[in-house]
Design a protein around this ligand. Structure first.
Ligand code: GAR
Length: 198
């Protein structure tokens, strides 16, 4: 039996797409059984539907509080028998009451080499803006386990990407995705799912 994965998303879902495309090649020990978004308009939901994957939408607004939001998420994940959770551009912080329920079973992809340009407030394009502002010559992506500290869990994999003269945040974001995130995330997902089956 494959490990059942839920992918949590908020936006475009290119990392979700990389996971979908990796099924049957890089990703063989796990299968994406559910995609959950906190944004009803996320294009990632469309990608899931196109791949025939079950979807759910849970918003903080609809739930009324962070605690109720996290309880609802847990309920949906349990209903689908989810064993591993992948945060792929999920732009909301999860507190300890959620993360402690899935020790070493939640993965996140972050678009920098942690511990640089990470933690609360560092998400999406902002990470690349800050890397360029600082003037680093090398950045990259990190896949790590999620605990109660934002971007603070154990690192599973990292890949470096060089900054080029004239890079804009958008150009850099695309290079980091192509060269690092879309490669690393399916590999890390496979590693974690395979270990759970031992
Ligand atoms: C990705 O670059 C991901 O690493 C980043 O948001 C983007 C989502 O793109 N996540 C964070 O910054 C989390 N702190 P996608 O929706 O196309 O996968």
């Amino acid at each position: 039996m494959k490990t059942k994965i839920a992918v949590l998303v908020s936006g475009g879902g290119t990392n979700l797409q990389a996971l979908i495309d990796a099924q049957g090649s890089t990703l063989v020990s796990g299968e994406i059984a559910l995609v959950v978004s906190n944004n009803p308009g996320a294009y990632a939901l469309e990608r899931a539907r196109n791949a025939g994957i079950a979807t759910a939408v849970v918003t903080k607004k609809q739930c009324g509080s962070q605690a109720a939001f996290e309880e609802k998420l847990k309920e949906i994940l349990a209903e689908h028998g989810i064993e591993v959770i992948i945060l792929a551009g999920f732009m909301t912080i999860l507190t300890e009451s959620f993360t402690a329920a899935y020790p070493r079973r939640i993965l996140n992809v972050h678009p920098s080499l942690i511990p640089a340009f990470c933690g609360e407030g560092y998400y999406g394009l902002r990470v690349h803006e800050e890397a360029l502002r600082y003037g680093v010559k090398v950045t990259g992506a990190t896949v790590h386990f999620v605990n109660e500290i934002p971007d603070g869990g154990e690192i599973i994999a990292q890949k470096a990407v060089y900054i080029q003269p004239g890079d804009t945040p958008e150009v850099l974001q695309k290079r980091v995705m192509e060269q690092a995130e879309w490669v690393l995330l399916p590999q890390a997902a496979e590693k974690v799912c395979a270990q759970l089956q031992k």
